[in-house]
Design a protein around this ligand. Structure first.
Ligand SMILES: *Cc1c(COP(=O)(O)O)cnc(C)c1O
Length: 423
């Protein structure tokens, strides 16, 4: 049996209808921006393997550092114990965040980082004897697939079977200069009951790379603060350079109370989630009363290997070379946007830093089930590029190490594929 046949016998893939799915592509090796299948075919990873890979696959420096850590200390319980990689990572990360962020809580992925943030906010009110259990979120939000994270995500085909079991969330539109006053009055009516507002800053990834302006978000954040609503800024996707700056926070004038990180955190090397908090939040859990403790943890909390991968990835991220590459991607995307904008089958071209997205005009309308995405996916794969359209939304989120020529190849291929005949 080959890898594909063996895979089919035993594996259940994420976000995949296994009845109709094509055989999974067996990847045997990664190097930089490339992945290689079992027949030696090379693919450019234009989606950073689900938006996580920053410096390329099998990065030798990260591999070396993680390997050294593996031979020193691979794992230790994080309740009652600590270690250098976790301390150093927390110190380094906090230095880069808005200056009100003072504590780091570790977990395993983006969804758990969100769960922790939600529990912090709900218990923040509880510890003060207040009943505040409503949560505010954006209509098309995506914050993960666990139950809490699903609850604060927009209701969609992904959440449908669980609808009844998701907790009550008030969904609002993303802010524009036109609707801001309306949003404020909507929030004001129920502000007393709202524990927190969770949002993806600037770019709503899974919703289809929807973008909003930092000025409008800043104003909404400011208003929520005035209404004593805690702010959870989910930077799971936007963090670590994706938006052109280190964090989406760097575009905003207001500071969140809590921040969530994952995807790019370890440079795509290992799973890890982080929830940071202000001292105001942290202090509300300090008590002689044991019931005021944050009773949350995971077996692998602050795993030393993942901490080391994150530390090393952040070192690479801050290097002049990487910062220049991020700028280069930004500039090249911007240039290509102009060409895309003129294409008759393209609309809503949008960009934030290294993220470039556009809608393919289609009769089918915008839907995740739009078959055109599948068509494009296969055409790109055939041409050695991994792209994964969300319905009719096409986007590029390349690793920062991508060479200029590889970007050009992707752009050329996009134009070729856009002009294909189908239906
Ligand atoms: C991907 C994502 C999550 C969930 O992260 P997982 O690691 O997939 O659980 C949460 N929030 C945002 C904004 C994301 O893009």
């Amino acid at each position: 049996m080959n890898l594909q046949q063996r895979d089919k016998r035993v594996n259940w893939h994420p976000y995949t209808q296994m009845k109709t799915a094509e055989d999974a592509v067996p990847i045997v090796k990664g190097k930089g921006v490339y992945l290689f299948d079992d027949e030696g075919k090379q693919y450019i990873d234009a989606v950073s393997s689900w938006w996580v890979t920053l410096h390329g696959h099998a990065h030798p420096y990260i591999a070396q550092k993680v390997s050294e850590q593996l031979h020193t200390l691979e794992q230790v319980i994080f309740a009652g114990f600590t270690h250098e990689p976790a301390i150093q990572l927390s110190e380094n990360l906090l230095q880069l965040l808005p200056d009100n962020q003072e504590k780091v809580f570790y977990s395993d992925n983006g969804s758990t980082a969100v769960e922790v943030a939600l529990k912090m906010c709900i218990q923040f009110a509880y510890n003060q004897g207040k009943e505040k259990t409503k949560i505010l979120a954006f209509k098309d939000a995506y914050h993960g697939d666990t139950f809490g994270a699903m609850s604060v995500s927009g209701r969609s085909v992904w959440t449908k079977p669980f609808g009844e079991m998701l907790f009550d969330v008030v969904f609002i539109d993303t802010p524009t200069s036109d609707n801001l006053e309306n949003l404020k009055s909507q929030i004001k009516d129920i502000a007393d009951e709202i524990a927190c507002f969770i949002y993806e800053p600037l770019v709503q990834g899974a919703a289809g790379m929807l973008m909003h302006h930092p000025e409008d978000l800043s104003e909404l954040m400011k208003f929520c603060k005035e209404q004593n609503i805690l702010l959870i800024q989910d930077e799971v996707f936007t963090g670590f350079g994706r938006t052109g700056k280190l964090f989406a926070a760097d575009y905003l004038t207001e500071k969140p109370d809590i921040m969530c990180f994952s995807k790019g955190l370890t440079g795509g090397t290992m799973p890890m989630g982080i929830t940071t908090s202000s001292s105001e939040i942290f202090n509300a859990f300090l008590s002689e009363d044991k019931y005021k403790t944050l009773f949350h943890g995971h077996s692998f909390t602050a795993n030393p290997l993942a901490c080391t991968a994150a530390l090393t990835s952040m070192e690479l991220l801050l290097s002049k070379e990487t910062q220049e590459k991020i700028n280069l991607i930004h500039e090249k995307h911007k240039e290509f946007s102009k060409t895309l904008q003129q294409h008759s089958r393209v609309e809503n071209v949008r960009q934030t830093g290294t993220i470039l997205a556009w809608d393919f005009k289609t009769e089918q309308g915008t839907s995740y089930f739009n078959t055109i995405g599948k068509f494009f996916y296969k055409e790109f794969l055939h041409r050695g590029i991994i792209m994964r359209p969300l319905g009719n939304v096409m986007y590029l989120v390349p690793p920062y190490c991508i060479a200029s020529e590889d970007l050009d190849y992707i752009y050329d291929t996009v134009l070729q594929v856009l002009d294909m005949k189908f239906d």
